[in-house]
Every structure is written in structure tokens, then in C-alpha cells.
Design a protein around this ligand. Structure first.
Ligand code: FNR
Length: 189
């Protein structure tokens, strides 16, 4: 079964985006394996650290390279995706010529408490990922507004209409990964 590296752009213990990502993984579990990458130990990007890279950087790169695809679940902070994600993208893109992202199929989604449901954050990510030579899934787009109780304690979706929407998203993504997945391929960004 193809493996998907999951990048959640929130470090909060109560993150609604991590909850959302877990619910997506549960819906996609018959078709994909999921590797949730913990970004909490990842420092801000600093070029000077390459002579002795932090373990979190090496882990990120190794696990992305081993994956057939990437799922990014981003909060929206001040009408953008989060700095946690930006730093992960920076680290994964270097050293020059050894990007971990190149050629990877990627799906973007996210949830917020606001009515725009991370639309601004996702749109910005869409403009950046092709620069990293990632293949961005175009449709479906899901801009999800989280309401209290939408996900239960078992990471199940309580609203049937939303569940169907999210299931369709994961099924399309599984097909997208199957078609374009490139594990362990190094393509310079
Ligand atoms: C937010 N939030 C927010 N929501 C939104 O829809 N658009 C926005 O621009 C912002 N901006 C913003 C900035 C900062 C610094 C914070 C902390 C929050 C609210 C956000 O949607 C809410 O806090 C979510 O719970 C964040 O996702 P996680 O961290 O719970 O996954």
C-alpha cells in the first residue's frame, strides 16, 4: 500500500487540524498508509546548521523521501499557512540539489474556525509547491470550517455530508498518489 507523509501545520496539543488530519487518515486507511511527521522539534530554517543538521531535519527528509505522497493539513494564521509548514518546506528543499519534495504528489487541505476555512492559506501553498516540483492535486478542494463536535473522540466525522466529502477527497488522493507516486526519487527543486 502507498505511504503518505502527513504534515500538520499546528503544534498545539488541541489542534483542530491534527484532529482533522487523523479523521482523514482514518477515512483513507483502506487505501493508504500514513506517516504523521512530528514537526515540534524542527527549528526555524538556518543555513548554518547544515554541517551538523538537527535530527528532526534528517528525520523529516528521510520520511518524506520514503513516502509516495504528501498530505499537508494547514491552519490559517493571519491569512496564510503557518510558519511551521514554511520551515519544513525550507528544510526539506535543501541542501541544494537534494530536495526531498521533488516529484511528490501532494494534497492540501485545512480547517479553521473562521468562515473562509483556510482558503487563503491553501491558495498560498498552491503557488509555492510547484516551485518545489511537487505535483499538486487540483480537485477536490476542501475549505473546512470546524464546528464543535464535528470530529468525535475516535476521530470519526459526525456530520454525514462532511464525512462523504472527506471520503471522496481521500479516495481521489489515493488515485492521484497511485498515478504519480515516486518513492525514493531525488529530483532537484
Ligand atoms: C488564527 N485563526 C485564524 N483563522 C482564520 O480562519 N483565518 C486567519 O487568518 C486566522 N488567523 C489566526 C492567527 C493566529 C496567530 C491564530 C493563533 C489563529 C484562528 C484559527 O483558525 C484557529 O486558532 C484554529 O484553531 C487554528 O488551528 P489549530 O492550531 O487548532 O490546528
Amino acid at each position: 500500500m502507498p505511504t503518505v507523509a502527513v504534515i500538520v501545520g499546528s503544534l498545539s496539543a488541541a489542534s483542530i487540524n491534527r484532529k482533522y488530519a487523523k479523521a482523514l487518515a482514518k477515512l483513507g486507511a483502506p487505501l493508504l498508509d500514513f506517516d504523521f511527521i512530528d514537526l515540534s522539534a524542527l527549528p526555524h530554517y538556518n543555513n548554518d546548521l547544515w554541517p551538523n543538521p538537527p535530527q528532526a531535519v534528517l528525520d523529516l527528509k528521510r520520511r518524506v523521501e520514503a513516502a509516495d505522497g504528501v498530505l499537508i493539513v494547514t491552519p490559517e494564521y493571519n491569512r496564510s499557512f503557518t510558519g511551521v509548514i514554511k520551515s519544513a518546506l525550507e528544510w526539506g528543499s535543501r541542501p541544494w540539489g537534494k530536495s526531498s519534495w521533488g516529484g511528490k504528489p501532494v494534497a492540501i487541505t485545512g480547517t479553521s474556525v473562521g468562515a473562509v476555512g483556510t482558503a487563503a492559506a491553501q491558495t498560498q501553498l498552491r503557488t509555492i509547491l510547484p516551485h518545489l516540483d511537487m505535483l499538486v492535486m487540483g480537485q477536490p478542494e476542501i475549505f473546512l470550517r470546524t464546528t464543535p463536535g464535528l470530529f468525535d473522540e475516535n476521530d470519526d466525522v459526525t456530520n454525514e455530508e462532511t464525512r462523504t466529502l472527506l471520503l471522496g477527497f481521500m479516495q481521489r488522493f489515493a488515485t492521484f498518489v497511485e498515478r504519480h507516486g515516486t518513492p525514493n526519487v531525488q529530483i532537484a527543486a
